[in-house]
Design a binder for this molecule. Structure first.
Ligand SMILES: Cc1cc2nc3c(=O)[nH]c(=O)nc-3n(C[C@H](O)[C@H](O)[C@H](O)COP(=O)(O)OP(=O)(O)OC[C@H]3O[C@@H](n4cnc5c(N)ncnc54)[C@H](O)[C@@H]3O)c2cc1C
Length: 97
């Protein structure tokens, strides 16, 4: 978990430095948003699994984090649409119009 979070933080940090210089592209933002949200939800799911039933009850906030992250998968560009943007950026081919 900590390794994946650290990698995601590095991606966000690099994007932030580019954005501060006005050099971040929308395709780079798509890549970072998609990757980091997917990583975060995977970790939340694993944490929920580790905690068994306690991961589901209201006593701990894990399920709340999972539900928040399910929203983020969809809003501000869905996981799939960001993938299409990344694909276009890499290949120059549009899979959508
Ligand atoms: C909590 C929350 C807050 C929001 N806040 C705002 C806000 O403040 N302002 C705002 O404008 N909107 C907001 N939205 C709306 C959000 O941006 C849209 O829900 C999102 O863009 C997805 O659009 P849709 O719901 O019409 O899904 P659709 O576009 O109908 O997509 C449905 C599914 O099909 C997939 N899909 C769609 N097209 C393709 C394609 N060409 N190829 C492959 N897969 C595809 C999508 O990835 C998705 O999984 C919010 C949504 C949520 C859940």
């Amino acid at each position: 978990m900590i390794t994946e979070i650290t990698k995601a933080q590095l991606l966000a940090w690099r994007l932030g430095t580019l954005a501060n210089r006005g050099r971040a592209t929308s395709a780079q933002i798509s890549m970072a948003k998609r990757n980091n949200v997917a990583m975060a939800i995977e970790i939340a799911r694993e944490a929920r699994q580790i905690h068994g039933g306690m991961g589901i009850t209201n006593e701990y906030p894990i399920m709340r984090h999972m539900m928040n992250l399910e929203s983020v998968v969809t809003y501000e560009g869905t996981h799939d649409i960001h993938l299409l943007i990344t694909g276009h950026d890499v290949t120059g081919l549009e899979a959508f119009k």
